[in-house]
Design a protein around this ligand. Structure first.
Ligand SMILES: Nc1nc2c(ncn2[C@@H]2O[C@H](COP(=O)(O)OP(=O)(O)OP(=O)(O)O)[C@@H](O)[C@H]2O)c(=O)[nH]1
Ligand SMILES: [Mg+2]
Length: 682
């Protein structure tokens, strides 16, 4: 280990289990724990009895809802497995998990359609050169050809897939496998290690698979290529060396098959991990973690009951003991970072590669690298994706409003793909995330962790209004009621302005008919009444010119001129042809080309104007559909795009302009605004 203290304890390696939703990651982990002897009986997802997924949100949905680190020892090697959620809404958590793993196991179902979901994931892994292997799971449900599955998966991977074993089929059922590298054959046995059978019983295509594997490896090694050309069979040990080296460099993707829930292929994959996954020190080099006595990286911030803010970390270099310093702070009360149950256990010492949690250290956001004396920004980290789905949230009890803002800010720190902001125009607090499930989960956490009841609403669309024609108006405010009277008289000209001009005021008073010191009050009165025009919305894109008026030397005041300004707006605007303006977003929708026409139909129904079709840059087989879409039509766009594109399509959007809305759609908006304003007055 360069410059670092050598650790006395054996280092820990870390793999992340990722893959499309419900591909069997949590069940595979259960199988791994059972095979390693860490548990004596396997739990299952259906009754919430797995080691992973301890949270009530995960149990209620029978799905993983956050990364759960679980530790075990297999053949004397220490492992932490990060069981990542497959739901696309929760990608951020999985990305953070993958970035600190030494290798990633991509678990996928034997279904060519579901392989589509691998594309973005494999792209992420390759962009970050993270060593990864593919586990085609649930093979107990598959009776077709493995080659067929492999070519469907290969279409999603820029790296060559290398099949590591082939199945033995009996009566359309997979009953075992041939390891064509070791030249051994096995029969599966439920809940037990597979039973070795004579290699001679192996199917003939094992030889073809071996040849194919060697050819792929020879693409990365000239000496091996020469051997193959001269028909020299490389030794098994040499093949393993190539497999290991090429996995470390993310040059190849080894493919394993099995059925995690039935213990098929589980020990096989554990053995591959044992021999082929890089050590933490090698991963630290890959990530450019600085050389230091100790270096750890925060991979997640978490808030827990009674504990408050916790940093979850992986130790990249050295060994960390109670009392040592990290980021210049004394470390105490180190907690086990891979203890899925609530209430983490204490650790007195952390070995290189292990995961741990610290409560009393406030040393930056997820991604930060901590050495003994400093906090550094990560060279590589997962930037959060743009928001795709938003709800307005409010505390059920008004007294909790401030607490809610605080709780949401903490949740956004836990999960940077959530964001919260206050919109002054509609006085709403908006919570944005990656989809409906994401927001629902966030709100359940608000309830569980912060004991707050929250209600949600569809966010209001910030419609505005303007005018189509100009007018002139004379407003006089005069009141005589004992003492001082009130007097102000103004003449204004109101005119429409081009889109995006906002509200402007022109002072054309000559000869002091309205004294200079009252003019700001007139403007304030005019502006004050733009917040709610005749249609109920903020009035924009108008100019009001004050060109005449009168005053009284005793009765005129700022207040009187403000009132006259307000009256002018209230009385004149209805005569100016008020018209509704709706916000229009520019939306870039990304889907594989085969879904383009369906997307086109869907967006047309949402009153979108299609601007462009383009190939998605750097994404072979994908298209970008660029549209202008009214904000009011975007609420559940992500749900529809995903349902059209087998869950993999996505989009980016940004406000573009305001556009007139007329006819029945406008009438509906104005009517419901009236009802809303009436209800909020009561
Ligand atoms: N037939 C079969 N079913 C399996 C196998 N492994 C898991 N399943 C089932 O697949 C479903 C999903 O399993 P999970 O382990 O929760 O899948 P996951 O990938 O962890 O799901 P998420 O974390 O929510 O993405 C459950 O109903 C499992 O019983 C398998 O090897 N064969
Ligand atoms: Mg899971």
């Amino acid at each position: 280990m360069p410059n670092g203290k050598s650790s006395s304890a054996k280092s820990t390696r870390c793999v992340a289990l990722v893959g499309p939703q419900s591909s069997g990651k949590t069940s595979l982990l259960e199988g791994m724990l059972f095979a390693a002897g860490a548990i004596s009986k396997k739990g299952n997802v259906a009754d919430g009895s797995t080691v992973s997924d301890p949270s009530p949100e995960a149990k209620a949905r029978q799905m993983s809802t956050e990364v759960t680190p679980v530790r075990f020892t297999y053949l004397d090697d220490n492992w932490v497995v990060l069981d990542c959620p497959g739901a696309v809404d929760l990608n951020q958590d999985s990305h953070q998990g993958m970035l600190i793993a030494d290798a990633v196991i991509v678990v996928v179902e034997p279904d060519a359609n579901k392989m589509l979901g691998l594309g973005s994931l494999l792209r992420f892994l390759d962009e970050h050169t993270i060593p990864h292997l593919l586990f085609i799971n649930k093979m107990d449900t598959w009776a077709g050809s493995v080659r067929e599955l492999l070519s469907a998966a290969q279409r999603q991977s820029s790296r060559p897939l290398v099949l590591r074993h082939i199945p033995i089929m009996e009566n359309s059922q997979i009953t075992g496998y041939v390891d064509h590298v070791a030249e051994r054959a096995y029969h599966y046995k439920l809940d037990h290690p597979s039973e070795r059978i004579p290699f001679e019983e192996a199917p003939q295509d094992a030889a073809d698979a071996r040849r194919d594997l060697l050819e792929k490896l020879s693409d990365f090694d000239d000496a091996l290529l020469e051997k193959l050309l001269e028909d020299i069979e490389p030794a098994t040990e040499e093949v393993y060396q190539h497999l290991t080296k090429d996995l470390h460099g993310d040059l190849i993707v080894p493919v394993f098959i099995g059925a995690g829930e039935h213990d098929h292929g589980v020990r096989r994959i554990l053995k591959a991990l044992r021999h082929e996954v890089p050590a933490a020190s090698a991963t630290a080099e890959r990530l450019g973690i600085p050389e230091a006595n100790v270096a750890a990286q925060i991979y997640k911030i978490q808030y827990a009951h009674h504990v408050g803010r916790q940093s979850l970390l992986r130790l990249w270099r050295g060994e960390l003991n109670d009392g040592d310093t990290l980021a210049g702070l004394r470390v105490t009360n180190i907690q086990d970072g891979a203890e899925p149950k609530q209430g983490k256990a204490r650790m007195t010492s952390v070995a290189e590669g292990d995961v741990f949690a610290l409560s009393k250290i406030d040393a930056g956001p997820a991604g930060s690298v901590l050495t003994d004396s400093a906090t550094l920004e990560p060279g590589i980290w997962a930037s959060p994706p743009p928001p795709l789905y938003t709800l307005a949230v409010s505390a059920t009890h008004r007294k909790d409003d401030v607490k809610l803002g605080d709780a949401l800010r903490k949740l956004c720190e836990e999960d940077p793909s959530l964001s919260v902001h206050h919109v002054s125009e509609t006085s709403e607090l908006l919570l944005s995330g990656q989809g409906d499930i994401h927001i629902q989960l966030a709100l359940e956490r608000v309830k569980r962790k912060f004991d707050l009841d929250v209600q949600t609403d569809r966010p209001q669309v910030p419609y505005r209004e303007t005018i189509r024609k100009g007018t002139t108006h004379h407003a006089r405010h005069k009141r005589q009621s004992g003492g001082h009277g009130q007097f102000a008289d103004i003449k204004v000209e109101i005119n429409p302005l081009p889109r995006g001009s906002g509200f402007t005021f022109t002072d054309s008073i000559v000869g002091g008919v309205v004294p200079k010191n009252f003019i700001p009050a007139v403007e304030a009165g005019l502006r004050g009444n733009t917040a709610q025009g005749p249609l109920g919305f903020n009035v924009v894109d108008i100019n009001v010119r004050l060109f005449d008026g009168q005053f009284h030397s005793v009765d005129s005041s700022d207040q009187a001129f403000r009132t006259a300004g307000r009256m002018a707006m209230t009385d004149a605007l209805p005569d100016c042809g008020p018209v509704l303006l709706e916000p229009i977003f520019e939306v870039n929708i990304y889907v594989p080309t085969e879904f383009t026409s369906k997307v086109q139909r869907a967006v047309t129904q949402r009153r979108a104007q299609i601007l462009n079709f383009n190939t998605r840059e750097g994404w072979e087989g994908w298209e970008t559909i660029q549209v202008h879409m009214p904000e009011s039509e975007m609420q559940d766009l992500v749900t529809e795009i995903r349902s059209i594109s087998q869950g993999i399509g996505t989009f980016e959007s940004r406000f573009d302009h305001y556009q007139e809305l007329t006819g029945r759609d406008a009438d509906k908006v104005v009517e419901s605004r009236k009802q809303f304003l009436a209800a909020s007055r009561n």
